[in-house]
Write a protein of this length. Structure first.
Length: 386
């Protein structure tokens, strides 16, 4: 079976985890701190805070920005459910902004129009969460401009995008946002099994995030923080969770981070090979951005023609030993969000996109010959069909 995506683990990763097991630290040790320093340096951000999943990082990001009851978060409907759920977990509310049909990312024009309308009804969002879908950066300059004009905070859901770039910086530099979040799930750019990262340039936000991932407890008590300076005392000024990353995960993360640029390069090569080989087929390949700076987490193609063509391609590929996937069923159409008042037709671009999209195999371990097989099977289906 050719997988649509899978983790890439080599002997150096295995050795790193075994070393961590022998190090005397399973949690709250030096590997997590080193991983945070190296990720922050790689992305060009002041702070990185490691947590137990991307979802935990999104939750902590909202809590760190004091997002809560009475607040409103807007995100893209073309994302994983966690981008929206984090707002509800904080007691806030969620709405969506439709996508750009060319980039599949949250559309800055739609955002601007929705902000104008929301201002007149007094329902402006507290947080806007662009999602760098498939690893391709959103138009952060436009979003930052709107944030300044309308006074909302920006959390980048960069779960697909570690190793990608925006304009002249790496995604995660937070030069145009308050916080950026990465997922380290098995099939993301790099993995720690499960894991997540929150990046920020704001000291206050980073301090809150560090407390919130560990029960809301303050580490490194300064002498003036306690009335009696008892050496065993700790203080809990906030309500937090246990979202800590283990040393085993951080050791794997450090090892994977050293291989990240190679992973992205391979993903880019594969994306270019697909684009060349699909040039004359009746399907839309992802637009490649100037300078090709996407992290290429996914390779979504769109089919032309009948309503069920995507399903038939999916099944034909599967019959020939090739796995594919669909990203994403629009989040506002999930039962939970329908119960909360959303319905078909609310975000037509995201719904139309969903109807005919399919993610083809793309991961650093995919060989040229496996990719050629995918191309061959798809070509034979489409030439018989169209
Ligand atoms: C993977 C992912 C998440 C959640 O990350 P986990 O580490 O699986 O919790 C959130 N948003 C998007 C867009 C993702 O792809």
């Amino acid at each position: 079976m050719i997988r649509y995506s899978t983790q890439n683990i080599d002997q150096s990763d295995i050795d790193a985890v075994v070393d961590a097991l022998r190090s005397g630290w399973l949690t709250q040790g030096p590997a997590v701190e080193q991983f945070e320093r190296e990720v922050a340096a790689y992305c060009g951000a002041r702070h990185a805070v490691a947590v137990s999943s991307g979802t935990a990082a999104l939750h902590v990001a909202c809590l760190s920005l004091e997002f809560g009851v009475g607040d409103l978060l807007w995100t893209s409907p073309n994302t994983f459910v966690a981008s929206a759920n984090c707002a509800l977990l904080c007691g806030g509310d969620v709405d969506f902004v439709d996508i750009d049909p060319n980039t599949y990312n949250l559309c800055p024009d739609a955002l601007e129009q929705k902000l104008e309308a929301a201002e007149s009804t007094g329902q402006l969002p507290t947080v806007v969460m662009p999602v760098h879908f498939s690893g391709r950066a959103c138009d952060m300059a436009r979003i930052q401009g709107l944030a300044q004009r309308y006074g909302f905070k920006v959390i980048e859901d960069a779960s697909h995008a570690l190793g990608g770039r925006t304009e002249e910086r790496r995604i995660g530099a937070c030069d145009r946002s308050d916080v950026a979040v990465f997922s380290l799930h098995a099939i993301k750019s790099i993995t720690t099994g499960e894991g997540g990262l929150l990046l920020t340039n704001t000291d206050y936000t980073a301090e809150r995030a560090r407390m919130l991932r560990s029960h809301g407890i303050k580490r490194d008590l300064a002498a003036h923080d306690t009335e009696a300076i008892d050496p065993w005392r700790y203080e809990q000024p906030l309500l937090g969770l246990n979202y800590r990353m283990t040393e085993l995960q951080a050791a794997l993360g450090l090892s994977q981070l050293s291989r990240l640029d190679g992973f992205i390069e391979r993903r880019r090569d594969l994306a270019r090979r697909y684009a060349e080989r699909f040039a004359n087929l009746p399907l839309d390949t992802p637009v490649s951005d100037d300078g090709d700076v996407s992290a290429w987490h996914l390779y979504p193609v769109r089919f032309h023609g009948g309503a069920d063509i995507r399903r038939r391609v999916f099944e034909y590929l599967r019959k020939h030993g090739i796995e594919s996937q669909v990203h994403y069923y629009p989040v506002h159409l999930q039962p939970l969000y329908r119960q909360r008042g959303h319905q078909p037709g609310d975000f037509p671009a995201a719904e139309a996109y969903y109807e005919n999209v399919l993610s083809l195999p793309l991961h650093p371990g995919l060989t040229d010959s496996e990719q050629d097989q995918v191309v061959e099977v798809l070509t034979s289906f489409l030439s018989a069909e169209c």
